[in-house]
Design a protein around this ligand. Sequence first.
Ligand code: URA
Length: 189
Amino acid sequence: MEKLFERCTELSDGEEFVFSDGRTDSGIMLIGEAPGENEVKLKKPFVGKAGKNLDEFISILGIEREDIYITNAVKIRPHKLSLKTGKRINRSPSKAEVDRFRELVVEEIKMVTPKIIVTLGNTPLKQLLQREVRIGDMHGTLMELELGGRIYSLFPLYHPASIIYNRDLRQIYIDDLARLREIIHRLGI
Ligand code: URA
């Protein structure tokens, strides 16, 4: 873990970063997109608005947040400067940023060896599969992911933030969570 933290520091190249949170021996690993302002301030993933939705989702699964390993595909905060205020505003991570942190995310997976990996939104899914995929086509489907000779279960979900912006997704998200809850039970997590 310490080694991975050191590697994260190197890859962040002087930028503020957020590493991970939760149990490294967890059966379930959640991978989000990238930290935002609040996460960087508190040095913890998913503590802002998206974090509130995530907490709700975790409670639907009937597990405790502390029992999950939570990380992000990109560990720095992708941002640009607002022309109006001059302040930092979030932007989507670039392909270069997603590629830069891939090796670290793969090392995290190998360290945690979760029974199931749950990706949130497009970014971590593309990062792991290394191809152009759309969450709209793959959400709620249990897949297999091969990494370093080992097969992992992968379950893509929409990003919790997308529910904030698109209320129509809410029922789809709840249905996906019901499926995930069943899988978690089956895996004995
Ligand atoms: N969104 C993410 O994907 N990750 C965070 O840590 C916070 C918001």
